[in-house]
Design a binder for this molecule. Structure first.
Ligand SMILES: Nc1ncnc2c1ncn2[C@@H]1O[C@H](COP(=O)(O)OP(=O)(O)OP(=O)(O)O)[C@@H](O)[C@H]1O
Ligand SMILES: [Mg+2]
Length: 222
């Protein structure tokens, strides 16, 4: 099982939207079973999931302190991916969370404030040597600020090839527990989400496999 943590210190950068869309896309293209976990006290991802009619992705509720154990259980249940949403904070808890990740996604909007905040998030990830990938979110078509943001981010770390556009369906679809993919199966949001998921899988594949001692331990001790 691969664990994907989505984090950025900047509020509203698109963490929850990205978690929901990637988890649904992974299931849609046959990469499931996918689980989502909401570690943000705001509970936005959980609320989205409660409104959702479809049975996948599944969600587990787990206190932060028990997360490593829960991931071990999911692995035993043959989960393929676990996507974890986080709060927009920088705490010691985040570092513990990052250490459980095979990949941390850092959504960044192409704005100066988001770019400045990204540097802080990434400092922690680099220090802990955790693989991460920037995802440009809410990018404006043909706006030079998007290209500038991608260039600026690339000095700090890898940037996903696919940029996520600023599109109404991303927000609108989540109201009733769906995603833009399900709202418009052939829409631009669906196409770019599918492309981003491919980028992420390639990135996971390229990353050195991490020894999964944490999950082995959980398995061994029940
Ligand atoms: N690509 C997008 N296009 C249009 N709207 C978007 C997009 N991504 C996110 N949004 C909207 O931006 C707002 C913030 O998104 P989201 O809640 O996913 O951010 P967040 O990083 O999880 O926020 P928080 O830090 O508060 O947890 C929401 O209203 C969401 O619908
Ligand atoms: Mg959120």
């Amino acid at each position: 099982m691969k664990t994907i943590v989505v984090n950025s210190q900047k509020g509203g950068s698109g963490k929850t939207t990205l978690c929901a869309h990637l988890a649904v896309e992974a299931e849609r293209c046959g990469d499931g079973p996918v689980y989502v976990i909401d570690t943000d006290p705001q509970g936005t991802l959980s609320t989205w999931h409660e409104h959702r009619e479809a049975e996948t992705p599944q969600r587990v509720e787990v206190p932060l302190a028990d997360l490593a154990t829960a991931l071990g259980v999911l692995q035993q249940r043959k989960a393929t991916y676990c996507v974890i949403d986080t709060a927009p904070t920088r705490t010691d808890e985040n570092l513990a969370l990052f250490r459980l990740a095979d990949l941390v996604l850092v959504p960044v909007r192409p704005s100066p404030a988001d770019l400045w905040a990204a540097a802080g998030t990434v400092a922690l990830l680099k220090q802990a040597r955790i693989p991460f990938l920037f995802v440009l979110n809410q990018s404006k078509a043909n706006a030079s600020i998007t290209a500038q943001a991608a260039a600026a981010l690339s000095h700090h770390g890898p940037v996903a090839e696919t940029f996520i556009g600023d599109r109404v369906p991303y927000a609108a679809a989540m109201t009733d527990g769906r995603t833009a993919i399900e709202l418009e199966a052939k829409g631009r949001a669906a196409i770019e989400t599918a492309a981003l998921w491919k980028n992420i899988k390639a990135c996971l594949h390229a990353s050195m496999p991490k020894p999964s001692k944490k999950t082995e331990k959980v398995t061994a001790h029940g």
